[in-house]
Design a protein around this ligand. Structure first.
Ligand code: HEM
Length: 200
């Protein structure tokens, strides 16, 4: 089994060599990763960062950006996850196939993000904030990354203040509190990824 919704399905053919399983899996998630790179290039100011830092932020932040973009794959009410092929599986099924606590944490994250009712413009700006807030170890031009982050956060704040009436201050605060949650999901997911073997 390969219980990641970026795959087409959690089931893998037990007779397939694991190299082929990886190849098919990477064909499934590569377009999504490419979209993150294209998205990054369209963040005004991102391309002005040193190339080394653009790569560093993308490496550290792609999962977190994808998590936000694909949060809607998780349906906390119906307790299902839709895989990239469009097929839907119940949490219980995925549990039985080997998924663990991380699956529940991602589901909970998605539910709370959806509750903030962001429109697409807010979602885009939040996603930009997520990317430039990625782990900075190895970043060369910290000042420029921070200046860009400040600019994006101010933009997000203005937008949320305009759109969310009485709730706006709490909505903005909750959004910022999503950043450490995403970092933690990223770390847990990396561990799954590193320890992954195609389960028997
Ligand atoms: C688990 C790879 C992105 C959600 C896994 C596993 C691998 C993997 C190898 C372990 C599978 C297993 O043990 O059966 C990747 C790669 C990604 C990616 C290469 C890069 C594009 C994502 C994203 C999400 C996600 C963006 C969420 C939207 C999950 C979940 C699990 C998982 C829910 C199962 C966690 C659990 O066992 O509780 N992923 N993943 N992955 N991934 Fe991903």
């Amino acid at each position: 089994y390969l219980v990641c919704p970026m795959n087409a399905s959690p089931y893998v053919d037990p007779h397939k060599p694991s190299q082929e399983i990886w190849e098919e899996f990477s064909m499934s998630f590569t377009p999504a990763v490419r979209d993150v790179v294209d998205f990054a290039k369209r963040i005004s100011g991102f391309c002005d960062l040193p190339e080394h830092d653009q790569v560093g932020l993308l490496k550290a932040g792609t999962f977190e950006v994808l998590m936000v973009r694909f949060a809607s794959l998780f349906n906390a009410v119906e307790r299902t996850v839709t895989f990239l092929s469009g097929k839907r599986y119940s949490l219980d099924t995925l549990r039985a196939l080997g998924a663990g606590e991380l699956l529940n944490s991602m589901c909970e994250f998605s539910e709370k993000l959806a509750a903030l009712r962001l429109d697409s413009e807010e979602m885009n700006l939040f996603t930009a904030v997520v990317l430039v807030s990625a782990d900075r170890s190895g970043i060369q031009d910290l000042n420029s990354v921070e200046a860009l982050q400040d600019k994006l956060i101010r933009g997000l704040r203005n937008l949320v203040m305009q759109n969310h009436g009485e709730e706006s201050a709490t909505t903005f605060t909750k959004l910022l509190l999503k950043l450490p949650e995403l970092r933690s999901l990223n770390n847990m997911h990396s561990e799954e990824l590193l320890s992954f073997k195609v389960h028997p």
